[in-house]
Design a binder for this molecule. Structure first.
Ligand SMILES: [Zn+2]
Length: 67
């Protein structure tokens, strides 16, 4: 079982069924948790985090930060 499933914004948009721009905006706003290797670099989104975002929930990482 892999726990490292990373999606780029195009793949994330496909999975979420929304536009890539929507995914990007959510990432920049911090609504969707993702990683950037460098500022203005490419986003990578973990599948679990994307799942939570689609459900309108916070992912485990966001809950940790808020706690
Ligand atoms: Zn997360």
């Amino acid at each position: 079982m892999s726990t490292r499933i990373w999606l780029n914004t195009t793949q994330a948009a496909e999975v979420a069924g929304c536009h890539r721009d929507t995914v990007l905006k959510a990432l920049e706003a911090g609504e969707l948790h993702g990683n950037q290797r460098k500022a203005k670099g490419r986003w990578r989104v973990h599948a679990d985090c994307l799942d939570k975002w689609c459900a309108g929930e916070k992912c485990a990482h966001q809950i940790e930060v808020a706690a």
